[in-house]
Design a binder for this molecule. Structure first.
Ligand code: PNS
Length: 158
């Protein structure tokens, strides 16, 4: 059985994330979307809120599940019996850091990372920009799934 781990902060999940997950759902038998629990960061959405949003976003795929991890990603991958990590690449600006992380993860564990190029129309998208634009009253409806838009509006009390 082929399996892939799709990790991230997902604060909040965007259409770019969904695009990568959808590609994986069509390629791998099992896809585990893994939300990092990072006590150092102060996210807009709680860890549980992000997991719930992703579960709802991914409910159409029987082979996609959502989990969470803290500590080293490769330890979680090993615990789950998964030896492929998948990350989306938007642009060359992502590449240096993603390459470095993938090589570190491979060095630590032998687990490899496959990169999926995001759709060009999502190349400009990032969770942090979505949050910034939404906070400042800009329109982000094209960038996130409907349920995430609703969640953003609730957070920002609109
Ligand atoms: O959504 P992001 O911010 O691109 O996700 C980054 C993430 C969560 C995949 C990365 O920070 C990570 O793997 N964190 C877990 C800690 C870890 O394993 N660090 C060593 C990475 S080389």
């Amino acid at each position: 059985m082929t399996a892939a781990l799709v990790p991230g902060s997902f604060d909040p999940p965007t259409k770019g994330h969904l695009d990568v997950i959808a590609r994986c759902a069509g390629i791998f038998d099992r896809v585990l979307v893994a939300v990092v629990r990072n006590p150092d960061k102060s996210p807009m959405f709680t860890h549980d809120e992000r997991v719930d949003l992703l579960r709802e976003m991914c409910s159409e795929w029987e082979n996609v599940e959502v989990g969470s991890f803290s500590g080293l990603l490769v330890n979680y991958a090993e615990d789950q019996g998964i030896d492929v990590i998948v990350k989306g690449l938007r642009a060359m600006t992502d590449f240096d850091y993603e390459l470095q992380m993938s090589q570190m993860n491979r060095q630590l564990s032998g687990i490899i990372t496959l990169f999926v190029a995001t759709k060009p129309e999502f190349g400009y998208l990032s969770s942090s920009l979505v949050k910034q634009v939404a906070r400042l009253g800009g329109e982000v409806g094209e960038m996130v799934p409907k349920l995430v838009l609703q969640a953003l509006e609730e957070k920002l009390e609109r």
